[in-house]
Design a protein around this ligand. Structure first.
Ligand SMILES: Cc1cc2nc3c(=O)[nH]c(=O)nc-3n(C[C@H](O)[C@H](O)[C@H](O)COP(=O)(O)O)c2cc1C
Length: 390
């Protein structure tokens, strides 16, 4: 029997994952001391998903500044003191046989909300009192309780570019293989990209190229930071410095709203990102306008396919995009569905989030469902090999 596409190795920039399943970033809101420091919960949670067979595990949205956190309980990488906790997460993920990625983000006008946990008082009630909100324009997220952000000036923008670079340097020091920049879900980078939240008239707003300026500056700064870490000899704070690293970005392909970003805008942007040195594009949607996303089985897959087709067309024309992978996500919750998306050529990899909250061993189970019996060859935990047989 030939290996199912889902269980075949995946090249991500300079790295190879054992299969094409990604754990997408999912906030655990478990930095209990409000200091952005990882806890045992994170180590266990991510390590378990690696043991469960994911090829690539992306750690949740991790803030590049304290004000950029989505809640007080978010992880951070704005301080060297936060590196050690991430190093423990990385070790647990590597022990489980997966590549370790981390999503670096800033919440922009949607920062500083209570955590989306049912045990949090006032969950989803808008901006916390006194939070210093920044955004491309002084326009509140159009939902109850969200405060009006301060419009960033050019010095503030430059500081944030540097904050992303410094957080990436720390992520490299923690040993992460892949850095995913959060450019989706109505957070800061997406706010710059979307004409619905960016009404600036300076170099960082206006037409498509102006709205892309800040996100592309972040991409360039992060690429530089991780390449720099990869080329320096010896160790950075004890982590292997010379290791090659991959760069990804998560995008909301469409705003699902009149006048907002469209799949075509994003497909064109994917080619520009490829030219800027991005290795992986993780295609989500929505988040900048409340209540418009038509969630359903595979609802975001056509946007991944559109970006992948634009990259292929660019390569065929001699342009950038060679080797850049596209990850599909969103209500992909059966092995057959995931396999069909890959064999149709709609994406190079599949991320499954909520299914993995229900079942940390999802990849092992899906491998079994797809008839994979040789778990050693598939790179799955050999300790569980008897699970492959009825
Ligand atoms: C608990 C939870 C936390 C999430 N946190 C993040 C996050 O930190 N960053 C992000 O880009 N998306 C986040 N998401 C979105 C998921 O990564 C994923 O895109 C979404 O759940 C759809 O995929 P699924 O249907 O496989 O769950 C989160 C989703 C859930 C359920």
């Amino acid at each position: 029997m030939s290996t199912p596409a889902l269980l075949s190795p995946l090249q991500i920039g300079p790295l190879t994952a054992r299969n094409r399943l990604w754990l997408p970033p999912m906030c655990m809101y478990s930095a209990q001391e409000h200091d952005g420091v990882a806890t045992d919960w994170h180590v266990l949670h991510y390590g378990t998903r690696a043991v469960g067979g994911f090829g690539t595990v992306i750690v949740e949205a991790t803030a590049v500044t304290p004000e950029g956190r989505l809640s007080e309980f978010d992880l951070g990488l704005w301080d060297d003191a936060q590196i050690e906790g991430h190093r423990r997460i990385v070790a647990a993920i590597h022990d489980g046989g997966a590549l370790a990625g981390v999503q670096l983000g800033h919440g922009g006008r949607k920062a500083g909300t209570p955590p989306w946990r049912p045990d949090a008082a006032g969950a989803r009630a808008g901006t916390l009192q006194g939070w210093d909100l920044v955004a491309p324009s002084a326009i509140a997220y159009p939902s109850e309780g969200h405060a009006v952000p301060r419009e960033l000036d050019e010095a503030g923008i430059a500081r944030l570019v540097e904050a992303f670079a410094q957080a990436a340097r720390r992520a490299a020091a923690a040993g992460y293989d892949l850095i995913e920049i959060h450019g989706a879900h109505g957070y800061l980078l997406h706010e710059f990209l979307s004409p619905l939240s960016n009404t600036r008239s300076d170099a960082f707003g206006g037409d498509e190229s102006g709205r892309r300026r800040f996100p592309l500056q972040v991409v360039a700064a992060v690429r530089h930071a991780i390449d720099d870490a990869g080329s320096s000899a010896g160790t950075i704070d004890g982590a292997e410095a010379g290791a090659p690293r991959a760069l990804g970005i998560r995008l909301s392909a469409t705003d699902w709203a009149e006048g907002g970003l469209t799949g075509q805008d994003t497909a064109r942007f994917a080619v520009e990102l490829a030219a800027a040195g991005v290795d992986a594009i993780h295609v989500s949607t929505g988040g900048n306008v409340p209540g418009t996303v038509p969630v359903g089985p595979g609802y975001q897959v056509p946007y991944a396919a559109q970006a992948r087709a634009a990259l292929a067309a660019s390569v065929a024309d001699g342009g950038p995009g060679a080797g850049v992978i596209v990850v599909a996500v969103g209500v992909i919750d059966s092995a057959a569905q995931a396999e069909a998306i890959l064999t149709a050529g709609d994406a190079d990899a599949i991320a499954a989030g909520r299914p993995a909250l229900r079942d940390p061993y999802l990849p092992v189970r899906w491998a079994h469902e797809l008839g994979v019996n040789d778990w050693r060859e598939a790179g799955l935990p050999v300790q569980y090999w008897r699970g492959a047989w009825r």
